[in-house]
Design a binder for this molecule. Structure first.
Ligand code: FAD
Ligand code: NAD
Length: 474
């Protein structure tokens, strides 16, 4: 006999588990099928959470090493205990994934450990994790695919998670490598490259394009690269990695200038202890049975959906990394909520133009809405307000003054179109602008709101004042 549900979610990441909770809140009988043995998906297990735990620990280490003395705190005999640092990170992950399991119980969502496969419309089989026994068959009115993403491989560079690692291996290196090469100057490359540099590795970031963090506002990306270079990361831009050979003495990378044919640049090699491959992520749909059931898959493997997150097959929905767009946990979660509400007969939508993106380096880098490049390309006239953290009293108290806030507003209506921040707690500061953008507010709205003093958010207010050329403290 099979079990009957209103909704079966395949994948227990931020997209899937949130959708299941919301569906249960709306009275649906929901189940989540997860194959990794723990809920929380990439984000909680091998993504957002462990990386932020390591970023925080390594930041403390660097502060104690390089910054405390400026505050009159002398530390002698500073020593890294990597084992404890990694164990703390694992504990954070464990407590949070366990917390999600509690939430499932609280909301009466059935959690099934195993790999899900769509057998037909309204039918999902679950293969037990240990591979023993018959698959369990679930009957359901709706199926939601929330199977997320996996590391994009680089041809010629075989990941072994020891010497040549993906982000997953880079979150658990048993010792600090002396030298490390990071392929890709994207979010993972800069975050995890920073972690290991802070802990003592000599890190070279190799990027195919001529800018780090492609897609971010150009001024922000250039500034961030300059600061990270000052901190000790070495960037090798416009460079193509052509192969990697791992041996006893390390990994030998071969690379050549991206435009070798035009520039005549020569191929070269780089020998390092560890290589991190961080060139992006791709949708994960292996073993789901999509072809058999007729679910269309797009060119790069993402699943196309309509405005209600329904695939081309009625009753089968998809959300999160697997449908593309910003591959971010908060975007995935919001889709989980809205999709469940739509299934329950409600309406809902997400303003994809107001999803913040944050890079948790130090200083942090945060962005929402349009970049200057996008506005220029679209021919939209805009005013710009920019305020540096050097002129913010709290940043001065904190001795944390790198960076600036930039707000872009429509030249005619003053509506906020974008905000780009490099600076202390940029990821928290940007939220104020996200809220204003969701309410379709103007730069003047931000400028006229009282901001507590002395506070970093005052730089957001000053940047908003700057849009009309009337910042006070600069
Ligand atoms: P996932 O989290 O990938 O979850 C999908 C789940 O489905 C997985 O657990 C998988 O095991 C399971 N699954 C797949 N197929 C099946 C099947 N057939 N049966 C059963 N289960 C299945 N985003 C941020 O917003 N902020 C960050 O700071 C951040 N940091 C990151 C750091 C790293 C190192 C990485 C790799 C990613 C980071 N991300 C961050 C991105 C974030 O992790 C993803 O955007 C998010 O996890 C996507 O959620 P999802 O639910 O769509 O997919
Ligand atoms: P990414 O897309 O951010 O960056 C990949 C980088 O690799 C790009 O700069 C790209 O130009 C470069 N690249 C691609 N092919 C290359 C090649 N052959 N040689 C050299 N460089 C190459 O991808 P990522 O850093 O792997 O992160 C994956 C996803 O995870 C992202 O979509 C991101 O949104 C998410 N993530 C988010 C956070 C966060 O929100 N803080 C943190 C980590 C990861």
């Amino acid at each position: 006999m099979s079990d009957v549900y209103d909704l079966v979610v395949i994948g227990g990441g931020p997209a899937g588990y949130v959708a299941a909770i919301r569906a249960a809140q709306l009275g649906m009988k929901a189940a989540v099928v997860e194959g990794r043995g723990a809920l929380g998906g990439t984000c909680l297990n091998v993504g957002c959470i462990p990386s932020k735990a390591m970023l925080q620990s390594s930041h403390h280490f660097e502060m104690a090493d390089k910054e405390f003395s400026h505050h009159g705190i002398d530390v002698s005999g500073l020593k890294l205990n990597l084992k404890t640092m990694l164990a703390r990170k694992d504990k954070v992950v464990e407590s949070l994934t366990g917390g999600i399991e509690m939430l499932m119980k609280k909301n009466k969502v059935t959690y099934l450990k195993g790999w899900g496969k769509i057998e037909a419309v309204g039918k999902v089989s679950v293969k037990p994790l240990d591979g023993k026994g018959k698959p369990q068959v679930l009957e359901t009115a709706n199926i939601l695919i929330a199977t997320g993403s996996e590391v994009t491989p680089l041809p010629g560079v075989t990941i072994d998670e020891k010497q040549i690692v993906s982000s997953t291996g880079a979150l658990s290196l048993p010792k600090v490598p002396k030298t490390m090469a990071v392929i890709g100057a994207g979010v993972i490359g800069l975050e995890l490259g920073s972690v290991w540099r802070r802990l003592g590795a000599e890190v070279t970031v190799i990027e195919f394009l001529d800018m780090a963090l492609p897609g971010m506002d150009g001024e922000v990306s250039k500034y961030a690269q300059r600061i990270l270079t000052k901190q000790g990361l070495t960037f090798k831009m416009k460079t193509k990695v052509t192969g990697a050979k791992a041996g006893k003495g390390g990994v030998t990378l071969t690379m050549e200038p991206r435009d070798a044919k035009d520039s005549g640049g020569k191929a070269e090699t780089l020998k390092v202890d560890v290589v991190l491959v961080a060139i992006g992520r791709r949708p994960f749909t292996e073993g789901l049975g999509l072809k058999e059931v007729g679910v269309e898959v797009g060119e790069r493997g993402f699943i196309p959906v309509d405005a209600d997150y329904q695939t081309n097959v009625e009753g089968i929905y998809a959300i999160g990394d697997v449908i593309g767009g910003a591959m971010l946990a908060h975007k995935a979660e919001d889709e989980g909520v809205v999709c469940a509400e739509i299934m329950a007969g409600q309406t809902g939508h997400i303003d994809y133009g107001a999803i913040p993106g944050i890079v948790y380096t130090h200083p942090e880098i945060a962005s929402v809405g349009k970049t200057e490049e996008q506005l220029k390309e679209a021919g939209i006239a805009y005013n710009k307000g920019k305020f540096p953290f050097t002129a913010n009293s709290r940043a001065r108290c904190n001795d944390d003054t790198d960076g600036f806030v930039k707000i872009l507003a429509d030249a005619t209506t003053d509506k906020v179109l974008g905000c780009h921040i490099v600076g202390p707690q940029a990821g928290d500061l940007i939220q104020e602008v996200v809220n204003v953008m969701e309410f379709e507010g103007s730069a003047e709205d931000i400028a006229r709101i009282c901001h507590g003093h002395p506070g970093l958010p005052e730089s957001v207010k000053e940047a908003a004042l700057g849009v009309a050329g009337r910042a006070i403290h600069i």
